[in-house]
Design a protein around this ligand. Sequence first.
Ligand code: PFF
Length: 435
Amino acid sequence: MKREKFSSRLGILLAMAGSAVGLGNMWRFPYMVGVNGGGAFILLYIIFVIVLCLPIFFSEFILGRRSQANAFGAFRKLAPGTAWPLVGILAIATPMIILSYYSVVGGWSLKFLANALSFSFTKEGADLGSMFGNFAGSTWGPCIAHTLFLATTAGIVLGGVQKGIERFSKVMMPLLFLLVIAMGIRTLTLPKAGEGLVWLFKPDFSKVGISVCAAALGQAFYSLSLGYGIMLTYSSYVDKKENIATSAVKITGMDLLFSLLASCAIMPAVFVFGLEPNAGAGLVFNTLPHIFATMPLGGLVAIIFFLALLVAALTSSVSLCEVGVAFLVEEKHLKRSTATIIVFAFCWIVGIFCALNGKVFDIFDYVSSNILMILGSLFMVIFVGWRMKRTDVFDEFTNGGTLAANKRIFGFVWFVIKWLAPIAVLFIFISNFIG
Ligand code: PFF
């Protein structure tokens, strides 16, 4: 069977950036910057992204494109008869767990977009304080919203790599950037927006310690969707002629730019209205509606914001779903439609538990983003650095020795993949655990 490929360079970039840009950029990054030393955290984050994450990104790219297979098949093909495919199982299972609860959050976004469209936040007497709690704590609402969101995700994945994922990303990613820029213009023209910017960006190096390093590294992995077999799966659809290094740099740049834009669009508003900055669901579903209710043009900004949140969540959830579908199609020889239905059914059931029980939700989130993701990245980079032959990695990274610039940086990239990245990631992971 002929494997599908992305049809254009732009399609590749936007699909991968679509996976990277998501809730992590909109509700995690701005808060982390603010509480972890502002500009100092950003500097640290950028250093980690360039020195550690890019080489890990290259590794996932190399694994996927070299093997032309899904996250499990890649290890089976490149290291037959060994225990390495177990890492592939981890790289398939983790996205399935994430998709189950990501879809619950996607459902909340859908519901809040509906609220925004009916101007519920700006209505006289709206009970903003308990709007989210009442919804998320109810039985039917979150389950229905989760079902709708997951069905939309599955519908896009069902369309295939080119006609589903690529086409959707090409329309949605530019829209997403426009939405966040529009919201940023509104926020930054509010009086006293400058104070919020100062809180966000003023460097405070005294806060930087091992836990802040761990936070910056974890955020970078999460934000770039590294360590889950996602970039591996997507890069297996990338043509052999593409330049791995420039593609990864562009995607990373887009992700960083989006995080900074989202920070400027959200946090100054929190300050102008004197609210407590917080992270996660609290920021997006509790704090921001208060702001939309008070801000001039708030009803409209609410629509823009929740639409952006929904789009960001969808392009990421599509990538999660594709990992499982690619595995079932290639390893179990199922039809794409059957594979999609199986992934849908699994994530729907697990997601229902998350929708109904906040504790299950928190455990899944913690285990997948703090443990499985780091282990996944670590194994992949060790595989490329220690199990693959240097000549094969060189061949893949330089397109058979034809890319002069890639040849020049290969020595450094190889050093980071083999030594620096595994040691640094392990050190930060363990020291943060020990406390
Ligand atoms: N990178 C996405 C974000 O920043 O929200 C989140 C994400 C998507 C993480 C897909 C992991 C993943 F597999």
